[in-house]
Design a binder for this molecule. Structure first.
Ligand code: PLP
Length: 407
């Protein structure tokens, strides 16, 4: 077999479909977020698609904490959690997260992806005969974890409590059950019916597993997430989050009961057999979580900026998807090749960076530009965004003129 030709063929297939992933080489400018240097074109650009939703990655309190930590504790963790890697900032951080979510315990991981994969796999395997009910739009990391649990997976229609109940009702009433879902879905920006799912979990005696990756730091009192905002947090058995989005650094976590957290700590290979997060990361994240517990200013400004961008784009006839009730502003293009082309033109001609979102991240035919306004995007930047999108999407006949007239 010609292995090289075979793998080249797999790549050619992606290119032919227009969904080959080209990475843009950027250098974020601390102190000037959302500006970055675009190395490919050698100029400054405005980033409009960062998951550093609040710009915390450059916050002075974080930088200070991380600088202090690196000078006092050095660069790395020195080992797994078992092999001398359980550093003080990480333990403090886990206490902070438990307190944030009002749970007895929390556990950190190298990433949010690993937190999902390791936890769902482990708790699934530890429950013989378990059935896992999974929203059809769940993130790849949850899907991997559920698959690796080797238990029965039943997929319910996105955010559909009726369909979920149908599946629960038809299941063995004595089988252990887990309902796995997200609070804010990051591609459409819609929110799950957390209360209804918790009602069903109670009725059918299921555990609830909630990915709050796109909500922690951003919603609810002290940034505890969507479940907290909706008064449902104590009904969620396992809350999962990341430090890489609103908290601006990297790493992931779960918060849950003592027994569940201890089970994952004791049995999950993805937790046990990998080096701990370094103290410098722990210290930075701790500073970020503490800051966002004490301050609402970033959250308030974030919501205002997102609402303003949505309103301005809609008024210009730009097809903002209706599903979003959150900070995420998806603009429908509906075709992989055109989506990439729009993204290229925005970058090259207007200095605006919004990466194209294609299948399999979103269904075919719903390819989009996913815009994430932050508190640090200025009015002038919004003006530029509206003008640039009007021109680029206008040349593709994607502007809705009736919407312009109505606005
Ligand atoms: C980004 C993301 C993750 C993974 O988090 P990382 O910390 O980036 O690994 C998990 N779930 C959802 C829904 C995500 O969007």
């Amino acid at each position: 077999m010609d292995y090289e030709a075979h793998f080249k063929g797999t790549i050619d297939k992606l290119k032919a479909e227009g969904r080959y992933r080209y990475f843009t080489e950027l250098e974020r400018k601390a102190g000037q977020f959302p500006l970055a240097k675009d190395y490919t074109h050698g100029k400054d650009v405005v980033i409009w698609c960062s998951n550093d939703y609040l710009g915390m990655g450059q916050h002075p309190a974080l930088i200070r904490a991380m600088e202090e930590a690196i000078h006092t504790m050095g660069a790395g963790a020195g080992g797994t959690r078992n092999i001398s890697g359980t550093n003080h900032p990480l333990v403090m951080l886990e206490k902070e997260l438990a307190s944030l979510h009002k749970k007895p315990a929390a556990l950190t991981f190298m990433s949010g992806f690993i937190a999902n994969e390791a936890t769902l796999k482990t708790i699934g395997r530890m429950l013989p005969g378990c059935i896992i009910y999974s929203d059809e739009c769940n993130h790849s990391s949850m899907i991997q974890g559920i698959r690796n649990s080797r238990q029965t997976k039943l997929v319910f229609r996105h955010n559909d409590a009726e369909h979920l109940e149908k599946l629960l009702k038809a299941s063995d009433p004595y089988a252990p059950k887990i309902i796995a879902f997200e609070s804010v879905y990051s591609m459409d920006g819609d929110v799950s019916p957390i209360g209804k799912f918790c009602d069903l979990a109670e009725k059918y005696n299921a555990l609830t597993y909630l990915d709050e990756v796109h909500a922690v730091g951003l919603y609810g009192p002290e940034g505890a997430g969507k479940a907290a905002e909706l008064g449902q947090m104590e009904r969620i058995d396992i809350i999962q989050g990341t430090f890489a989005k609103a908290y601006g650094v990297m790493g992931g976590y779960i918060a849950s009961s003592d027994a569940i957290v201890d089970t994952v700590r004791s049995y999950a290979p993805g937790f046990i057999f990998t080096t701990a997060l370094p103290p410098v990361i722990g210290a930075g994240v701790l500073a970020s979580v503490r800051h966002l517990r004490a301050s609402d200013a970033e959250r308030t400004k974030h919501q205002e900026r997102a609402a303003t961008v949505k309103k301005r784009l809609r008024a210009a006839g730009i097809p903002v998807m209706e599903e979003s009730t959150t900070h995420i502003v998806p603009v429908l293009v509906g075709d992989a090749v055109r989506c990439k082309q729009a993204s290229d033109e925005l970058l090259e001609e207007f200095g605006i960076y919004i990466q194209p979102i294609n299948y399999p991240t979103v269904p075919r035919g719903t390819e989009r530009l996913r815009i994430t306004p932050t508190p640090l995007h200025t009015d002038a930047m919004i003006d530029d965004l509206v003008d640039a999108l009007s021109e680029v999407l206008g040349s593709m006949n994607l502007i809705r003129p009736h919407a312009v007239a109505a606005a």
